[in-house]
Design a protein around this ligand. Sequence first.
Ligand SMILES: Cc1cc2nc3c(=O)[nH]c(=O)nc-3n(C[C@H](O)[C@H](O)[C@H](O)COP(=O)(O)OP(=O)(O)OC[C@H]3O[C@@H](n4cnc5c(N)ncnc54)[C@H](O)[C@@H]3O)c2cc1C
Length: 84
Amino acid sequence: MKVAQAWAGYIDVTPDAVPVISPADTLRGMFVATGFSGHGFGIGPGAGKLMADIVANGTPLVNPHAFRLARFRDGSKIELDGGF
Ligand SMILES: Cc1cc2nc3c(=O)[nH]c(=O)nc-3n(C[C@H](O)[C@H](O)[C@H](O)COP(=O)(O)OP(=O)(O)OC[C@H]3O[C@@H](n4cnc5c(N)ncnc54)[C@H](O)[C@@H]3O)c2cc1C
C-alpha cells in the first residue's frame, strides 16, 4: 500500500504541557488562554469558565495558580505535567 496523503502542523504545547489560563500581568487588560497541549477540546469548557471567572474577577472555578503565565519567568521549577 502507498501513503495517499500526509500533513503536519504545530500543536499547542507549553514547556510543562500545562495550559496558560491567566492575565498577562505585564500588560493590564490582556488575558491568555492557550497551550492546551493536545487536550483543548476536552478541557475547553472548563478552561473557558475559568478564563471568564478570571476576566470578570469572579470566584474561580478552580485554583488558577498552576495555570499562571508568570511561571515561565518567575523562577518556578518547570516540570512536565506541572509535576503532578
Ligand atoms: C491532531 C490533533 C489531535 C487532537 N486531538 C485532540 C483530542 O482528541 N482531544 C482534545 O481534547 N484535544 C485534541 N487536540 C487539541 C485541540 O485541538 C487543541 O488543544 C485546541 O484546538 C486548542 O484550541 P485553541 O482555541 O486554544 O487554539 P486553536 O484551535 O489553535 O485556535 C487558534 C486560532 O488562532 C488563529 N490565529 C493564530 N495566529 C493568529 C494571528 N496572528 N491572528 C489571528 N488569528 C490567529 C488560528 O488560525 C486558530 O484559528 C488535538 C490537536 C491536534 C493537532
